[in-house]
Design a protein around this ligand. Structure first.
Ligand SMILES: [Zn+2]
Length: 294
């Protein structure tokens, strides 16, 4: 079975979160992804590393197109200097994704001794810029099968930052993820005939994680086997020679703008005064000039 691996962040030099000692999330996720790829190959499966020049949601679409049946997205958490632990997110309504998350998290916790923050439904995820967001994580919603987004420890906690940067710890994590994935594959095959699964229940939507957010709804009712070919197709060339799409996707990845539930942006829709204020507010949050609304 082919397994997609998304080393979170890295697009256009996006470092992701940065720890107090300067460790970059994007460097950790890359190191983890490479080790994970090796373990997956060693366990007799195929591994596909997503192209880091793509946006989060596009990486999910790419993995689907490449024939991946499972997607693992790797990130580090950020928050307070005391926050700790590992959490595993699945797309709302994707029961296989939930089982995959639980299988991986269980082995990760027993192998590393880290604190478990649990398996989480992405319908409960909110980007810092949008406390009312209900569209989940794009990297999970745009994938056509079971997908999990792992938040490894808190890079903002100096103790956990040091662990994350340790090659030994990275190796332990990569090994545990590979074993958890294999366990899931074995039970999945048993449950659905020989070749890999019923692939049910992946809601489409949008967004990424932390900074890679945006617009879809868990209930938008798209077929799991047909993820949106691209986010915001209505912004494709000739509109501004394609620059419009690039601009909006960049803002989208930073959590400043969101799209509609069907994956469109609808560039000609008017903006209300309240929406304009919200947009300005989110941009200022992104610049660190204002705190997120409680
Ligand atoms: Zn991240």
């Amino acid at each position: 079975m082919k397994i997609g691996i998304d080393a979170g962040h890295g697009k256009d030099g996006d470092p992701g979160a940065i720890g107090p000692c300067g460790t970059k999330e994007a460097d950790i996720t890359q190191a983890l992804a490479l080790q994970l790829g090796n373990f997956i190959l060693a366990l007799g499966q195929e591994a596909f590393l997503c192209d880091r020049s793509l946006y989060a949601s596009e990486r999910a679409v790419q993995a689907s197109k490449e024939g991946c049946e499972i997607l693992l997205s790797l990130h580090c958490n950020a928050g307070g200097s005391q926050a700790q632990g590992i959490e595993a997110w699945f797309a709302h309504g994707n029961e296989e994704g939930k089982r995959l998350a639980s299988s991986i998290l269980g082995i990760l916790i027993s192998e590393t001794g880290a604190v478990s923050r649990g398996v989480k439904d992405d319908a409960d995820w909110r980007p810092a810029s949008d406390p009312k967001w209900t569209g989940g994580m794009g990297v999970l919603r745009y994938f056509s099968g079971p997908a999990v987004l792992l938040e490894f420890l808190f890079i903002s906690n100096p103790v956990e930052e040091k662990l994350l940067a340790s090659p030994d710890f990275q190796q332990k994590c990569a090994h545990a993820i590979a074993l958890g994935t294999l366990d899931f594959i074995n039970s999945w095959r048993k449950g659905s005939g020989e070749n890999g699964g019923s692939r049910s229940g992946s809601a489409e939507g949008d967004s990424g994680e932390g900074k890679d957010c945006s617009g879809g709804s868990p209930d938008s009712g798209n077929s799991p086997s047909s993820p949106y070919p691209d986010l915001f197709p209505d912004l494709s060339p000739p509109l501004w020679e394609g620059k419009a799409r690039k601009m909006v996707l960049t803002l989208h990845d930073r959590g400043i703008v969101t799209g509609y539930e069907d994956g469109t942006f609808r560039p000609d829709q008017p903006l209300t005064r309240l929406e304009a204020a919200s947009l300005i507010y989110r941009a200022l949050i992104s610049l660190g000039k204002l705190p997120p609304l409680e």
